[in-house]
Design a protein around this ligand. Structure first.
Ligand SMILES: Cc1cc2nc3c(=O)[nH]c(=O)nc-3n(C[C@H](O)[C@H](O)[C@H](O)COP(=O)(O)OP(=O)(O)OC[C@H]3O[C@@H](n4cnc5c(N)ncnc54)[C@H](O)[C@@H]3O)c2cc1C
Length: 508
C-alpha cells in the first residue's frame, strides 16, 4: 500500500496510522472487518472540516464513526476512519431540547434529560455504547419507537460538515428551504415518478427521499444517510416528559398467526412497546420453564407490551390483554420482565457451543400483516440451510431481528451464509419489506439494495449522492454499492471473526 499522504500541519496529532489505533476501528459489531489506512480523532469541528478537506484533496475515502456499534459495516472503511468520540459536549436547553455533539453517548443524553423529568423515547438498546451522531446517521430506533417513532421524528437540528469541508447549520423549523443545494435537489427528486414506498412502518434502508420531498427539510435526507452525505458534528433532539405511570404486560403467543392482531391491539390501546421474543429464543435461553413465562401459552413465543401515561390509561391497557398474562406496575417486576431478553443471552451463548451469532439478516422489516409469513418463511429458509437462529424484536413495527448461529468450523459456512441471505432478500422483497428497519444498509446490504428498491429508487438515491458528495469521498460503498462490490466483502477471517461474532445473540 502507498504511504499515507502527509496530513496538513493543523492535523498533526489528529491523524494516526499506529497499528493499535487502526485495529481498534477496523471492526463493526457485525461480521465485517476492514482495516483503514489511518484513523483521525478530531478535537473539534474545525478538525473535522480540515480532515474532510484533506481527504477530498488527497482522494482518500472518509468513514465517520461514533460508538462503532453499527452492525452492517457502515462504520468501517479502507481510507481514513473519522473517530468522533472526542466531540462530547452535552447540554439540555430550558425548553427540553438536548444539544449534543456527535460523540455524546446516547445513554448520557437520555440520562441528562431524565435528571429533568424528561427522556429520549427513540433510544436503542445499545444506548450505553452508541453515539447520538451514529443514531442520527442510521435513523436508529428502540422498543418505544412503536409509539414515538425513530430518531428522525425527534431531530430538531443538525450541524454538519459537507463533503467539500464546509460547515452548515440545519434547523427543522426553517424548512422548507430553497437554499443550495437543497432546493434544486428537492425539485429534481420531486420530478421523478417513483413507485410507492415499501409499505413498512419504519425503514433505515436507502435514503429518505420521500420525507425530504414531502417536507423540504434537509435533516430528513441526512438522518439515516450513514455518513455518506455529510459528517454530523452536532445534534439537537426533542425530548418528552417521563410518563406519570408505567405498566408492563407479558402475554403468550400461541401461534405466529396471532402477531398482527396482537400488534393491532397494542396500537389501538396506546401501548408504547410491542416486543416479541420467539420460541427458539426462549428454548435456547432456558426460559421455557421460567416463572415469568411458564404460565403463559407461549408455544410461538411471548410479547412484552408496555404502557405509559396516566394511571387510568395504564390500567386500561394492561386489562386489554386476556389471561393468562403477567402484568405489573411495580418497578422491580417490570425490570424483571424487561430483563428476559438480556437474561437469555448467556444461556444461548452456552447452547450455541462453537457456533457464532452472525448478524447478516438481522434487521428485516415487513408490513406487520406479513409477520406470520415472514417468521415461517425465514424459519423454513434457515432449516433448508441447516441453521438454527433466535428471532425477536419490534413486532409492533414488523421489524424482527433474526440472528443465525453459524458453525465456523464448517468449511462451507460462507456459502451457507451467502445462500441463506440470497434467499431471504427475494423473500423480503416479495413481502413488501426492506432489509433494514433501524440498523441501516452499511456495506453488507448496499449490493442488495436494487433487489429491494428497484432501479428507479436506486437511481434517485444516486442522484442524491452525486449532488451532495460528487467526488465520492464520504463512506463510498455504504448504502450505494461500488462497482463489483459483494455483500460479503470484508467478512472477517479466522480470529477476527471469532472475536467479532461475540455479540450476545439476543441483544440486537
Ligand atoms: C448490542 C447492540 C444492540 C443494538 N440495539 C439497537 C437498537 O435497539 N436500535 C437500533 O436502531 N440499533 C441498535 N443497534 C445498532 C447500533 O447500535 C445503532 O445503529 C447505532 O445507532 C449506531 O451508533 P454508533 O455511534 O455506534 O455508530 P457507528 O457504528 O460508529 O456508525 C454507524 C453508521 O453511522 C455513521 N456515523 C456515525 N457517526 C456519524 C456522524 N457523526 N456523522 C455521520 N455519520 C456517522 C457511520 O459512518 C456508520 O455508517 C444495536 C447494536 C448492538 C451492538
Amino acid at each position: 500500500m502507498d504511504a499515507l499522504p502527509p496530513p496538513p500541519p493543523e492535523l498533526a496529532g489528529v491523524v494516526s496510522s499506529d497499528p493499535a489505533a487502526v485495529r481498534a476501528v477496523s471492526g463493526s459489531r457485525g461480521p465485517i472487518w476492514m482495516p483503514p489506512r489511518a484513523v483521525a480523532r478530531p478535537r473539534d469541528v474545525d478538525d473535522v472540516a480540515a480532515t474532510v478537506a484533506w481527504c477530498g484533496a488527497e482522494g482518500l475515502s472518509l468513514t465517520p464513526r461514533g460508538g462503532g456499534t453499527g452492525m452492517p459495516g457502515g462504520n468501517v472503511g479502507p481510507g481514513v476512519v473519522l473517530d468522533l468520540s472526542a466531540l462530547n459536549r452535552l447540554t439540555l436547553e430550558s425548553d427540553g431540547t438536548l444539544s449534543a455533539q456527535a460523540g455524546v453517548l446516547a445513554a448520557a443524553a437520555d440520562a441528562r434529560a431524565r435528571e429533568h423529568g424528561r427522556h429520549l423515547p427513540a433510544l436503542p438498546s445499545s444506548a450505553p455504547w452508541c453515539s447520538v451522531g451514529g443514531m442520527v446517521a442510521t435513523d436508529a430506533a428502540g422498543a418505544r419507537s412503536f409509539r414515538f417513532g425513530p430518531i428522525h421524528a425527534w431531530t430538531r437540528g443538525l450541524e454538519i460538515v459537507g463533503s467539500d469541508g464546509a460547515t452548515a447549520s440545519l434547523d427543522r423549523d426553517r424548512a422548507p428551504t430553497d437554499a443550495p443545494p437543497w432546493g434544486a435537489l428537492r425539485t429534481r427528486l420531486a420530478a421523478r415518478a417513483l413507485a410507492p414506498l415499501p409499505p413498512v412502518r419504519k425503514n433505515s434502508s436507502g435514503y429518505a427521499v420521500h420525507r425530504f420531498v414531502d417536507t423540504g427539510d434537509p435533516i430528513q435526507l441526512l438522518v439515516g444517510s450513514e455518513g455518506t452525505l455529510a459528517v454530523v458534528t452536532d445534534v439537537r433532539l426533542d425530548t418528552e416528559p417521563l410518563p406519570e405511570a408505567r405498566g408492563v404486560v407479558l402475554v403468550g403467543v400461541a401461534t405466529v398467526d396471532a402477531l398482527p392482531e396482537a400488534a393491532e391491539r397494542a396500537d389501538a390501546t396506546g401501548a408504547v412497546t410491542c416486543e416479541y421474543l420467539g420460541r427458539r429464543l426462549l428454548e435456547l435461553g432456558g426460559l421455557v420453564d421460567d416463572p415469568r413465562v411458564a404460565r403463559l401459552d407461549g408455544r410461538a413465543g411471548v410479547l412484552l407490551v408496555e404502557y405509559g401515561g396516566s394511571a387510568d390509561h395504564v390500567a386500561a391497557g394492561l386489562a386489554a390483554w386476556p389471561e393468562p398474562r403477567m402484568a405489573s406496575t411495580d418497578a422491580p417486576t417490570m425490570a424483571r420482565l424487561w430483563g428476559l431478553r438480556h437474561d437469555a443471552s448467556p444461556a444461548i451463548a452456552r447452547a450455541a457451543g462453537d457456533r457464532r451469532s452472525i448478524q447478516f439478516m438481522e434487521d428485516c422489516v415487513v408490513p406487520r400483516t406479513a409477520l406470520p409469513d415472514f417468521v415461517r418463511g425465514v424459519e423454513a429458509a434457515l432449516a433448508r440451510h441447516g441453521l438454527d437462529a433466535v428471532i425477536f424484536g419490534h413486532a409492533g413495527d414488523g421489524n424482527l431481528h433474526v440472528n443465525p448461529l453459524v458453525e465456523l468450523a464448517d468449511p462451507r459456512w460462507r456459502t451457507t451464509v451467502r445462500d441463506t441471505l440470497d434467499e431471504v432478500v427475494d423473500f423480503v422483497a416479495g413481502l413488501g419489506g426492506t432489509l433494514s428497519g433501524e440498523h441501516g444498509d452499511g456495506r453488507l446490504r448496499a449490493p442488495l439494495l436494487e433487489r429491494i428498491w428497484g432501479e428507479a429508487h436506486v437511481a434517485a438515491f444516486r442522484l442524491v449522492k452525486d449532488a451532495l458528495d460528487p467526488e465520492g469521498i464520504l463512506n463510498p460503498g455504504v448504502v450505494l454499492p461500488l462497482q463489483g462490490q459483494d455483500a460479503l466483502d470484508g467478512l472477517a477471517e479466522g480470529p477476527d471473526l471469532q472475536r467479532l461474532a461475540r455479540v450476545a445473540p439476543a441483544e440486537a
